[in-house]
Ligand binder design. Sequence first.
Ligand SMILES: [Zn+2]
Length: 160
Amino acid sequence: MEHLWSPWRMSYIQNTTKPEGCIFCVEPSRQDGPENLVVYRGQWVYAILNRYPYTSGHLMVAPYEHQASLEALEATTRAEILEVATQAIAALQAEYKPQGYNLGINIGEMAGAGVANHIHLHIVPRWGGDTNFMSTVGSTRVLPEALEVTYWRIHKAWKR
Ligand SMILES: [Zn+2]
């Protein structure tokens, strides 16, 4: 089986897609840390913190491959999205103990996808009253924790 981070795979991604400006292509090509916010790499998909989180711990699972739809992905990639989402929830549960989660994929701009041409699954931890401490003014939200702190907490909690 092909290893994901082989040079072949990287050049495949760079040559056949349009990663310029696509954060889901650009960020995993950088070194992992609080700068690119990639907390976990699987074989076909990875998990990345949302830079503009709805709540603390809001992350996304995306394929390395630049594809706009679920049906364009291999079945193994689709399966791994849910597998990595399950691991993400386990890590969030261990570290943040939220009271619930919203999982969702916005397909197409009309459905609210911020980056519509690279599919990604949102995982949003929820707490009772969590909308109360966030003031939503345009795209600005007030969060109780710095992204870098969240990054290391989830990175450490993730079972590898
Ligand atoms: Zn992309």
